[in-house]
Design a protein around this ligand. Structure first.
Ligand code: ASP
Length: 337
């Protein structure tokens, strides 16, 4: 392989957006000239890079499965030509895309680093310059060989990341998993936290299929009956965002029969927590033990983003409902402890 060549895939997002009268928006071919005007990226001692621009460029709130599959396909088809990949992406749904890529691309043995910025590269004080330069270095170093997310001095596991701030420059955290690297004067990798390669594993491309998935966040006073009509086979996978360690209001009285019915008609209901930190433990409280009995599975310490992506993944593999239930509680790509 040519020495240290990184492929930058631009999908859209603030980092490459242009200011227009209607606000920031991604503009084709604009990023290329922006990148060429950053002296550090053109230095001889900097890794070589090439830019691949997706079409159309999107604000990440418009990302769908189609784009997740497409980003993964570009990486898969160019895998042997580059030592690593940087995916430039809007911050709004970056954690979803990072989670999705970690399931679509199994057996990865090179870094795939997602990054972006809160302020476009074309603006003074852009946080995009460091995010981009450091991401390219991380992608070229081949230490964190998994799907990761770099932002504001921290390298996070992609499927553990959450967007935590709408306007702060430290926009992402992985509350339930240690940093993969901390970036100060040096890039200090936390090698123990990085996914270990499974000997003999080869890269696989496992695209997602369109699967009806829903997320329901419980709140005090929720009338579960209002959701009965959609909590059926109409939704193959449901992520239930519960309180604390997996608790639901009303002791489940109204919800349990709905869950039982949904489960028997083929839906897999995964219980996640509204708390960014800690884990769901079904059965720790009376208010959660009945969920398990009704057929719900524990999302443990998975983020909602990862749980959604994992449901897409498992349903796309066309596994049986029982297998999907089992796999939801098992670690596949470092998404749960
Ligand atoms: N709305 C933008 C996006 O997610 C925000 C950003 O890039 O930070 O594409």
């Amino acid at each position: 392989m040519d020495n240290k060549r990184v492929l930058i895939i631009y999908t859209g997002g603030t980092i490459g957006m242009k200011a227009t009268q209607q606000g920031y928006r991604p503009a084709p071919d604009f990023l290329d000239s922006e990148l060429k005007s950053i002296p550090d990226l053109m230095r001889e001692d900097f890794p070589e890079w090439e830019l691949y621009e997706m079409y159309p460029l999107l604000d990440s709130s418009n990302m769908t499965l189609k784009e997740w599959n497409e980003i993964a396909r570009v990486i898969y088809e160019n895998y042997d030509r580059y030592c690593g990949f940087v995916v430039l992406h809007g911050t709004d749904t970056m954690a979803y895309t990072a989670s999705a890529l970690s399931f679509i691309l199994r057996g990865l043995n090179k870094p795939v680093v997602l990054t972006g910025s809160q302020i476009p590269l074309s603006e003074i004080r852009s946080d995009g310059r460091d995010n981009l330069i450091t991401s390219i270095l991380i992608a070229s170093e081949g230490v964190a060989n998994e799907v990761c997310l770099y932002f504001s001095g921290r390298l996070l596991r992609g499927n553990r990341a959450m967007k935590m701030s709408a306007d702060g420059l430290v926009a992402f955290k992985s509350p339930n998993y240690p940093l993969l690297a901390e970036v100060g004067i040096e890039i200090r990798y936390n090698r123990d936290a990085i996914l270990k390669r499974v000997e003999g594993e080869k890269l696989e491309y496992l695209p997602f299929h369109e699967v009806p998935i829903g997320v329901l966040k419980v709140f005090p006073g929720i009338q579960f009956g209002l959701f009965e009509e959609i909590m059926t086979e109409k939704l193959s996978g449901i992520v239930l965002e519960t309180f604390g360690a997996g608790n639901i209001p009303g002791g489940g009285g109204e919800l349990l029969p709905i869950i039982k019915k949904a489960f028997s008609s083929g839906s897999v209901i995964t219980v996640c927590s509204q708390c960014p930190m800690g884990t769901v433990t079904l059965g720790a409280y009376e208010t959660s033990s009945s969920l398990k009995g009704a057929g719900a599975v524990s999302g443990k310490d998975m983020t909602t983003e990862a749980a959604v992506a994992k449901l897409y993944h498992l349903f796309s593999l066309e596994l049986s409902k029982e297998e999907i239930k089992k796999m939801m509680e098992k670690n596949i790509a470092g998404e749960l402890t």
